[in-house]
Design a protein around this ligand. Structure first.
Ligand code: BV8
Ligand code: ZN
Length: 246
């Protein structure tokens, strides 16, 4: 008998209350309610820009100015955005559950702004730059950022400290994610289309380790068939409901 949203919501709340360890994975959908465009949705960022054209080391090698102009445009956009009630609810979930970890694919920094502390920004952070020469990573909140930015230490070109397609995630982040996925009672997946790996494979890692896996998303995704429970709707409306008393 298909479960209605009410019973799904109630079951997920029960699982979260009973959980010793909770892991959360978020994607662009959680920031959509803050006004940050998603990548593949109707208002998607990628609509007029193909990810393969810009979010790759080859693109940066070929035309660093074009890539920096695109990131500068996103920095200017994100600088005006605030966390929403879904980001805030995840901070509260972290406060309630000592054994908690958040893995975000988002580079907008809104989880940090909301107060999340136990988190891995697995695709990097748009407010960090990395020197292509000496490798130093620094925060840089300049809006606009001077194009082309150079390293104050060695003079080399700075790049966004972001994981591009064809680049590996940091080994530390991968270790943190693997631990969080294999030792959680509940994996909550919020606002991701589930097409970019390795994050798209996290649901099955947690499932194989025995976790209850739930998805909160506007639309069905390739993971929908795999998860134990799906709630369809806006993250800002649904995630805060998870914190309400049973
Ligand atoms: C890796 C940084 C090992 C840029 C991003 C061929 C060659 C090379 C690699 C590959 C290849 N084939 C496959 C790969 C692997 C590749 C990959 O998975 N490609 C896909 C496209 C097939 N992955 C990689 O390259 C990764 N590295 O594998 O290393 C390796 C090394 C060398 C060679 C092979 C393997 C690196 C992946 C990281 C790429 N960087 N971003 C930037 O952000 O500037 S990915 C980009 O997509 C963003 O980071 C974003 O976070 C991520 C995922 O997108 P989503 O967050 O899911 O957003 P999306 O718009 O897609 O979906 C939003 C969802 O929210 C929708 O479902 C919508 O319904 C929902 N929604 C909307 N509004 C709401 C909502 N839900 C709730 N409430 C709402 N209000
Ligand atoms: Zn340098």
């Amino acid at each position: 008998m298909p479960m209605t949203r009410g019973s799904n919501l109630g079951l997920l709340k029960e699982k979260l209350v009973a959980a010793e360890a909770i892991t959360v994975l978020t994607g662009a959908g959680i920031s959509a309610d803050s006004g940050v465009p998603t990548f593949r949705g109707a208002d998607g960022l990628w609509k007029n820009v193909r990810a393969e054209d810009l979010a790759t080391p080859d693109a940066f090698e070929r035309d660093p100015r074009l890539v920096w102009e695109w990131y500068n445009w996103r920095r200017e956009l994100i600088a005006t955005k605030q966390p929403n009630n879904a980001h805030n609810a995840i901070v509260e979930l972290e406060r309630r559950c000592p054994n908690f970890w958040l893995m975000t694919q988002n580079v907008d920094g809104l989880h940090r702004d909301a107060g999340s502390q136990k988190l891995s920004e697995i695709h990097g952070n748009i407010w960090k730059v990395r020197c292509t020469g000496c490798g130093v990573v620094e925060n840089n909140r300049d809006v606009p950022i001077a194009i082309l930015p150079s390293c104050p230490r060695c003079g080399s070109l700075l790049r966004p400290h972001i994981v591009w397609f064809g680049e590996s995630l940091s080994p530390d982040d991968l270790d943190d994610c693997s631990r969080a996925l294999k030792h959680c009672d509940v994996l909550l997946i919020i606002g991701t289309s589930g097409v970019v790996y390795p994050a798209a494979g996290f649901a099955s890692v947690a499932k194989e380790a025995g976790a209850f896996v739930a998805e909160i998303n506007l639309d069905p995704t390739p993971q929908s068939a795999l998860v134990d429970l799906s709630l369809h709707g806006r993250a800002k409306d649904l995630v805060p409901l998870l914190l309400e008393p049973l």
